[in-house]
Ligand binder design. Structure first.
Ligand code: PLP
Length: 427
């Protein structure tokens, strides 16, 4: 069969960003031929025993209750399962002094779908033919944004400013406010905070500057809080989640141990929530109610936010510490390597300035010593201009064991030394 595809069909049947690289990684792992790999490419969270137990307990409660058949054997509301809407409203109202009610909340099948709805509701061509942009104010950002728009030309990312600490071999991306502009051509703004892939956390001031720029034009700002408090609380630096006005605060339960159940949440103005809900009704009716029911129990009991702060966050913070420490110990001091400040999420992000080969070639070199990381180039969706930096970075997943991370960073340091030395000889 070779069916004719529409424009949207062609667009949506392409693998974008990191998914395209995953194919090479899976083939490498399968072809292994006896070689053992340390795989630091995974985005799948670690199954932590306490987290797994929480979901088992919630499932047991659900199975034992009369609620079970209502949850599993019936369709429900597109907006979400009532007890989950209530649990989220209570949690956020108490914690952040908000006055949310159910009309402010939408449950989606994973948060990826939420970005898909928003990117196509607010971005793309209007009835009058005007192109509305989906703006990513700070590139690099989540690779999944690369595939969310049915109108790829709508995606527009801004190059960041770089804050570099040469002596410490650290750096941090900042939004470049001298470039960033929110014009009437902008349909919506999206960024992740904490950020996948870099672990960056935009400051409260940076966030309010962006939202204030978008507010006068009624441009929605989606703050992708997949790693934010109160769950999964994968911030290692202080940050305040932000709500209200033109902000759609977007959560995911995936990094809180429930990626298989596909639970995303949008919190915001009822008008914004309403259009997203209609899109969802047309597309898939609603999210899985089993996942929603166990999530309601874990949130309402307070267990999810507690486990997030006491188990999930320390786990990844410690792993980041191991990566950081090993790089500091083993990377050549005289080479221009820079680790992004580890402020959150489940990844480390390494920049090898003036790298003599591309990120893809370096990834191949690392494979030869049994280490897999993700070449950075796929984390710059929507960036229009050529920028050499996009071929000098790597995402290192913190989901491997402490020992594996340490060994992999030592091997990476050796490969770095060799690659720069080789080019010095050639010159
Ligand atoms: C920043 C960010 N946003 C969104 C997602 C999508 O998450 P999900 O659809 O599982 O909620 C991910 C997944 O890794 C992510 O890292």
């Amino acid at each position: 069969m070779n069916p004719a595809l529409t424009k949207f069909g062609t667009q949506m049947s392409k693998l974008t960003g990191v998914r395209a690289i995953m194919k090479d990684i899976i083939e490498t792992l399968q072809a292994g031929q006896g070689q053992e790999f340390i795989n630091l490419s995974a985005g799948n969270p670690v199954i932590l025993p306490e987290v797994e137990q929480l979901w088992r307990d919630c499932t047991a409660q659900l199975l034992a209750s009369s609620e079970y058949s209502e949850v599993v054997c019936r369709y429900g509301s597109s907006q979400g399962y009532q007890p989950l809407l209530e649990a989220i409203a209570n949690e956020f109202n108490q914690r952040y002094g908000l006055r949310l009610n159910e009309r402010n909340i939408l449950i989606t099948p994973g948060s990826q779908s939420l970005y898909f709805y928003a990117a196509n509701i607010f971005g793309g061509y209007t009835n009058s033919g005007q192109l509305k942009q989906v703006v990513l104010p700070l590139s690099p950002d989540y690779t999944g944004y690369g595939g969310v728009s049915l109108t790829p030309e709508a995606l527009f990312a801004y190059k960041p400013a770089l804050e570099i600490d040469e002596a410490a071999h650290r750096f941090k991306y900042r939004p470049d406010f001298s470039q960033l502009s929110i014009t009437p051509e902008v349909g919506c703004v999206i960024f992740s905070r904490p950020c996948n892939p870099t672990g960056n956390v935009l400051t409260d001031q940076e966030v309010s500057k962006i939202t204030a720029m978008a507010a006068p034009l009624d441009v929605p700002v989606l703050i992708d809080s997949a790693y934010s408090p109160p769950f999964p609380s994968l911030n290692f630096t202080e940050m305040t989640p932000v709500f209200g006005g033109n902000i759609l605060h977007c959560l995911s339960l995936s990094k809180a141990g429930l990626p298989g159940e596909r639970i995303g949440v949008a919190i915001g103005d009822p008008e914004l929530v309403g259009v997203l809900q209609s899109f969802q009704t047309n597309m898939c009716l609603h999210s899985s109610r089993y996942g929603q029911a166990i999530a309601a129990k874990a949130i309402a009991s307070g267990a999810l936010s507690q486990i997030s702060a006491n188990i999930i966050r320390p786990h990844y913070r410690q792993k980041f510490g191991i990566a950081e420490h090993t790089l500091d110990q083993s990377m050549p001091k005289d080479l221009p390597w820079f680790l992004h400040r580890g402020e959150g999420a489940i990844f480390a992000w390494l920049w090898l300035k003036d790298l003599p080969i591309t990120d893809w070639e370096f990834y191949q070199e690392l494979k030869k010593v049994g280490v897999i990381v993700v070449p950075g180039n796929s984390f710059f969706p929507g960036l229009q201009e050529e920028w050499i930096h996009t071929h000098q970075c790597f995402r290192i997943s913190l989901t491997a064991s402490a020992q594996e991370i340490a060994t992999a960073m030592q091997r990476l340091a050796l490969v770095t030394q060799q690659v720069y030395q080789r080019s010095a000889v050639v010159v």
